[in-house]
Design a protein around this ligand. Structure first.
Ligand code: HEM
Length: 384
C-alpha cells in the first residue's frame, strides 16, 4: 500500500479488531491457569528444589507417577485444568531429565498423559512452553521453581514481566495496525506499544546485573533440556517463543523470505497459545509495515503531519526493541562463551529451543535495519 492511508486493508482491520478482543481473554486465562492446581501438586513443588539439589530422582519420579495416574479424572477436558497439568507434569519431567532420566522411560503413561492434555488445549506440542514457566506459573509460595537459588526467582520474574510487557506491546501494535496511519490514535497506539516494551529492557538489566553466567549456566540452564514424548524429542521453554515473534512479523517479517527467519518463526510460533498463531495467520505473506514505508519512500509522496506522528512512535518502538536486544545478545554470548570454555570450543551451543546466537543476531540486525528505514522516513518529513 503506497500511501499509508490505512496501514492494512479494512477487511484485515476488522479481523484484527476481533482478534484483539479474544487476545484480551487469553491474557486473563493465564491468571486462572496460574491459580489452578488440578493434580494437587502444590506440596510437591515446595519440595522439588530440595529433591533436585539432593539428586533425589526417586521422589520426583514417585510424584510424577501419582500425578500421571490422576489424568484424566482430575482434569477432564477443561482448558484451564489441562493447561495447568501440562505445566506441572513438564516441570517434573524436566527435573528428571536434568539427571539424564527420560521421564517417559520411568513413568508409565507419561507420553499418553501429555498427548491427551495437548489435544484438549489444541496445542501441537505435548509439553510446556515459555508461557507456562512465566505467566501461567503462580507467584509467591506456590511458584514452581527447579532450584532454591534466588537467581531463579529473579529470572522467572524478569521473564514473566517481559511476557506481560510483550503482550501489552502486541496489543497496542495490533490496535495501531487496525487504524489509518494518518489517524492520531495510530500514533498513540504505537506510543503505548513502545512504553510497554520498556519493561523488557528493565528485565534484561536486572538479569544482566544479578545473574552471573556461572549461575545461569550451572544452576538454571541444565533444567532446560529436551525430553521425549512418544519417542520424539520435545524442546524446553525458551524466550524465542514469545509475542515478540508477532511484533517482528507485523513490523518486518510478514513478507520476509530469509531461510533463517522462516525456520525460526515457524518452529517457535507453534509453541505459543492458539491465539498468537491465529494473529500470525492474518499477517503472513502480507506486506509488512516496513515494506509499506519503503514503498511510500520510493513513491516520493510526502508524509502528512499525522503520518509523521505515527512514524516517530514506530521509530521509538524500534529503538526500545533494539535497547533490549543489544544487551540480550551480549548476555547470551557470555553464556555461550562460558559453555564453550568448559565443554570445548568446537561445540555448537544452542539455546533451549535449539536456536542460538545466529538467530538472536539476525533479529537484532533486522531491528537495526528497520530503524534505518524509519530514520530515513523521518528525515524526509523534516526536510519537507
Ligand atoms: C541469563 C539470561 C539469558 C540468556 C542466557 C538467554 C539466552 C537466550 C538464547 C540462547 C536465546 C535463543 C533461543 C533459545 O533459547 O534457544 C534467547 C532468546 C530470547 N530471549 Fe533470552 N536469555 C536470557 C534472558 C532473557 C530475558 C531476561 C528475557 C526477557 C526479559 C529474554 C527474552 C528472550 C527473547 C525475546 C528471545 C527471542 C530472541 C529475540 O527476539 O531477540 N531472555 N535467549
Amino acid at each position: 500500500m503506497n500511501d499509508l492511508s490505512t496501514s492494512f486493508s479494512e477487511k484485515r482491520a476488522c479481523q484484527i479488531r476481533d482478534l484483539v478482543i479474544r487476545f484480551k481473554e487469553e491474557v486473563t486465562s493465564a491468571d486462572a491457569i496460574a491459580q489452578a492446581d488440578p493434580l494437587d501438586l502444590d506440596g510437591v513443588f515446595q519440595q522439588l528444589p530440595q529433591w533436585n539439589e539432593q539428586h533425589n530422582r526417586e521422589a520426583t519420579s514417585r510424584a510424577l507417577k501419582r500425578a500421571v495416574a490422576s489424568i484424566p479424572q482430575r482434569t477432564g477436558s477443561d482448558f484451564v485444568l489441562c493447561s495447568a497439568a501440562i505445566r506441572d507434569l513438564s516441570i517434573l519431567g524436566a527435573s528428571l531429565m536434568r539427571f539424564e532420566v527420560e521421564p517417559a522411560l520411568c513413568v508409565p503413561g507419561f507420553d499418553e498423559a501429555l498427548q491427551f492434555l495437548a489435544v484438549q488445549v489444541e496445542s501441537p506440542i505435548p509439553r510446556d512452553s515459555f508461557v507456562d514457566y512465566t505467566c501461567r506459573n503462580p507467584t509467591g509460595e506456590r511458584e514452581r521453581t527447579f532450584t532454591s537459588v534466588s537467581e531463579e526467582k529473579i529470572f522467572i520474574n524478569s521473564l514473566r514481566q517481559g511476557m506481560l510487557a510483550m503482550d501489552a506491546c502486541l496489543l497496542h501494535v495490533l490496535e495501531g495496525c487496525s487504524l489509518s496511519f494518518a489517524d492520531p490514535q495510530c500514533a498513540a497506539s504505537f506510543h503505548a506499544a513502545g512504553s510497554s516494551f520498556q519493561t523488557m529492557i528493565d528485565g534484561m538489566v536486572q538479569v544482566k546485573r544479578k545473574i552471573t553466567p556461572e549461575v545461569f549456566t550451572h544452576e538454571i540452564r541444565p533444567f532446560f533440556e529436551p525430553f521425549s514424548v512418544a519417542k520424539q524429542a520435545r524442546s524446553a521453554p525458551s524466550g524465542a517463543e514469545t509475542p515478540i515473534l508477532n511484533v517482528d512479523q507485523i513490523l518486518w517479517g510478514a513478507d520476509c523470505t530469509d531461510e533463517i527467519y522462516l525456520t525460526y518463526f515457524q518452529a517457535n510460533i507453534m509453541r505459543l497459545p492458539a491465539i498468537y498463531r491465529e494473529i500470525s495467520q492474518v499477517f503472513v505473506g502480507q506486506p509488512s509495515l516496513m515494506t509499506q514505508i519503503k514503498a511510500r519512500l520510493a513513491s516520493g509522496k510526502a508524509f502528512s503531519q499525522e503520518e509523521y506522528g505515527s512514524l516517530r512512535e514506530l521509530h521509538h518502538l524500534l529503538t526500545r526493541i533494539y535497547m533490549f536486544r543489544m544487551p540480550h545478545y551480549k548476555v547470551a554470548e557470555e553464556n555461550v562463551l562460558l559453555r564453550q570454555r568448559e565443554q570445548g570450543e568446537d561445540q555448537h551451543m544452542a539455546g533451549s529451543s535449539g536456536f542460538g546466537l545466529a538467530e538472536i543476531k539476525y533479529v537484532l540486525d533486522q531491528t537495526i535495519a528497520c530503524r534505518g528505514i524509519t530514520s530515513q522516513a523521518l528525515a524526509r518529513c523534516t526536510a519537507r
